[in-house]
Design a protein around this ligand. Structure first.
Ligand code: HOZ
Length: 433
């Protein structure tokens, strides 16, 4: 397998685009190589500019739960584009999308469409502040809620991968209102709330963290958040940009039976087109302009192509049995990978839920940022490169998730498990057991 063309494109890209990529997580620096440049995707497969073929476990970082270029999504977008790409005037597609989301996500009574997950979380935070009249926000270390100023504190995803603690350019006056606490540790939250509870507008959390690798909530964590928010009059915001429609039709909130006040969505609801959404209790959402006085806007919000792709995706996800199929496929893959890791003697901790997972190169357990950071990132880098050579495309960072789609078939999963054997062995040769 050669990557001459990708190398050339990467060199060229760096002349015109900072770091050669339009989002830091796409850089493969953390895994000791350069990005591949993609030419096309179909089903669970990708082809790069050198003609190499890969089984893809990134799926555009989560949206492609049906796989690349699903025929129903392609058809829906094709039909929509023939009527124009954007109007900046309401369409009935937006009502259909809002109705569908409200039907599927238990806590959401109203929803506002935006263009990215970052926009969704930024807007939800503004709304929480506007609704409560308070300034402070509590988040959790290793959770990533996009790159809005208030939330880029002790963040996961690219910030964690690159080892950037915060970011220059964000004024101290803004982040002084954000407190970041350890994930899964309710005692710390209780202590903080005892001090500043009456100033806290919202507690925002990834109900299943997926931006420090995948970290599952302890049984008492989400109920504890709900309780403490109620006690102190703060809103609870679930960032379900990754988990929404991924862990089941109603996301993490349905799975764990905890109703947040506001929910942020993105990724899957756009079927691979740029999208985000936030919504929740009617009483809170009615604060948004023009119904209320909290302002947020967007030229392309509710874009007809994104709505069409998203609706086609949600239609498929409403069919009986799809989540069972996704879970079965993922369980099959996970047990195969675990067996391959065990055979090689390399310690790997698999944190997996439904079709979302991570394999940490550490003995584990991985329950928060501190334990995630125990992972041997250089070992992951070796594993990533060995898998890439064998035609398996994983996230180019230890601290991201893998995503299984409906398009992954048993033969693809078998191929992946087969590739993992020698890849783990190579990790063992380099690092020992
Ligand atoms: N949120 C994703 C990473 N965990 C991908 C978005 C990005 O490009 O940062």
């Amino acid at each position: 397998m050669g990557w001459n063309r990708s190398e050339e494109f990467y060199e060229e890209a760096q002349k015109w685009i900072p770091g050669g990529v339009n989002s830091p997580v796409r850089s493969a620096r953390a895994v000791g190589t350069h990005p591949i440049f993609v030419r096309k995707g179909r089903g669970c497969r990708l082809w790069d500019e050198d003609g190499n073929e890969y089984i893809d476990y990134v799926g555009s970082w989560g949206p492609l739960i049906l796989g690349h270029a699903h025929p129903l999504v392609v058809e829906a977008v094709r039909k929509a584009v023939e009527n124009g790409t954007s109007y900046g005037i309401p369409t009935r597609l937006e009502i259909e999308m809002a109705r569908k989301i409200v039907e599927m996500v238990p806590s959401m009574e109203m929803v506002r469409m935006v263009n990215s997950g970052t926009e969704a979380t930024m807007s939800a935070v503004r709304l929480a502040r506007g609704f409560t009249g308070r300034k402070k926000i509590i988040k959790f270390n290793g959770c990533y809620h996009g790159h809005g100023d208030s939330l880029l504190v002790q963040s996961g995803s690219g910030v964690m991968t690159l080892g950037i603690p915060g970011s220059p350019g964000i004024p101290e006056e803004i982040v002084q209102h954000t407190l970041s606490l350890p994930y899964n540790r309710l005692e710390d939250l209780h202590q903080a709330m005892a001090r500043i509870g009456n100033q806290v507008a919202a507690v925002i959390v990834e109900p299943v963290a997926a931006n420090m690798g995948v970290v599952l909530p302890h049984a008492d964590f989400l109920p504890g958040l709900r309780k403490v928010c109620d006690e102190h009059g703060a809103l609870l915001i679930f960032d379900e940009v990754i988990t929404g429609f991924r862990l089941g039709p109603g996301g993490a909130q349905e799975r764990y039976g905890i109703m947040p006040d506001l929910t942020c969505l993105g990724k899957i609801i756009g079927g691979g087109l740029p999208v985000g959404a936030y919504g929740g209790r009617r009483e809170i959402m009615q604060k948004m302009a023009p119904a209320g006085d909290v302002y947020q806007a967007g030229t392309l919000s509710g874009n007809p192509l994104a709505m069409s792709a998203g609706l086609a995706t949600l239609e498929v996800l409403s069919r009986p049995g799809v989540y069972e199929e996704l879970a079965e496929k993922t369980a099959y893959l996970t047990s195969g990978l675990e067996a391959a890791a065990n055979d090689s003697g390399v310690p790997v901790t698999m944190n997996v839920l439904e079709s979302l997972g991570s394999g940490f190169f550490t003995q584990g357990p991985v329950v928060d940022l501190e334990t995630a950071l125990q992972a041997n990132t250089r070992a992951y880098g070796v594993f990533f490169r060995e898998m890439l050579k064998r035609g398996i495309y994983l996230a180019p960072s230890q601290f991201e998730a893998f995503f299984v789609s409906l398009a992954h078939e048993k033969k693809d999963l078998d191929c992946t498990i087969e590739a993992a054997g020698p890849a783990f062995m190579r990790v063992r040769e380099v690092f020992g057991a």
